[in-house]
Design a protein around this ligand. Structure first.
Ligand SMILES: Nc1ncnc2c1ncn2[C@@H]1O[C@H](COP(=O)(O)OP(=O)(O)OP(=O)(O)O)[C@@H](O)[C@H]1O
Ligand SMILES: [Mg+2]
Length: 164
C-alpha cells in the first residue's frame, strides 16, 4: 500500500550537496510494522519526510494506496497526511501555550465532541488523563509525559500510518 521507487533527496546548502537519500526502493504492505535503523545522519528522517510527502523527492516516486504523490497537489498531500498519517517527531514540537488536551488535538481532522472524548481517552490510556488542562511547561520535567503527549497527538486523527 506504500511504495517508493528509486527515491533520492539532495539538500543543497551554499555550494555543497548532501545526498541524504540515494536511490531507495521499498514496499510496505498494510498491517506491517517496520523499523528503519541506521547511524545518525544516514537519512532515516529524510526518507520518512519523503514517504509521508512532507518533502518532494529530488528523484524517484512515492505512492500510497495506488496514488503517486507526484500527481497530488500540495494541499492534497496535506489532507492525506492529516487523515492517514501519524507522526511522533524526534523533537516534540509541543505548543506551550496550549493545554495538554489541545496539543493532542492539533492533529485532529474534526474538532467535535467525539474528537475531544477520543483525545481525552488517549491521554487516559497513557496515564495523563488528569493533566489534560495543564500546559506542557507547567508539568514534570521528566521526559516521559512529554513523549506521551506527543505520542498521543500522533494518534488523534486515527491514522493509517504511524511514524516515529
Ligand atoms: N535541512 C538540511 N539541510 C542540509 N542538510 C541536511 C538537512 N537535513 C539533513 N541534512 C543532512 O542530510 C543527511 C541525512 O540527515 P537525516 O536527518 O535524514 O539523518 P538521520 O538518519 O535521521 O539522522 P539522526 O539519526 O541523527 O536523526 C545528513 O548528512 C544531514 O546532515
Ligand atoms: Mg532523524
Amino acid at each position: 500500500m506504500l511504495s517508493a521507487q528509486d527515491l533520492a533527496l539532495d539538500y543543497r546548502t551554499g555550494g555543497s550537496v548532501a545526498h541524504a537519500v540515494d536511490t531507495v526502493s521499498l514496499s510496505v504492505e498494510q498491517g506491517s510494522f517496520v523499523g528503519l535503523i541506521g547511524p545518525s545522519g544516514s537519512g532515516k528522517s529524510s526518507l520518512m519526510y519523503l514517504l509521508s510527502g512532507l518533502k518532494r523527492p529530488t528523484r524517484g516516486s512515492v505512492a500510497f494506496g495506488g496514488r503517486d504523490y507526484g500527481d497530488i497537489s500540495t494541499p492534497g498531500l496535506i489532507r492525506l497526511r492529516r487523515q492517514r498519517f501519524g507522526f511522533v517527531f524526534q523533537q516534540h514540537f509541543l505548543i506551550n501555550y496550549l493545554s495538554t488536551l489541545e496539543n493532542v488535538m492539533v492533529g485532529a481532522v474534526k474538532r467535535n465532541h467525539e474528537a475531544v472524548a477520543y483525545a481525552q481517552e488517549l491521554l487516559r490510556r497513557i496515564g495523563l488523563g488528569d493533566n489534560s488542562t495543564r500546559e506542557p511547561a507547567g508539568m514534570s520535567s521528566t521526559c516521559s509525559p512529554t513523549i506521551g503527549r506527543a505520542t498521543a497527538g500522533a494518534w488523534s486523527s486515527s491514522p493509517t500510518i504511524r511514524r516515529c
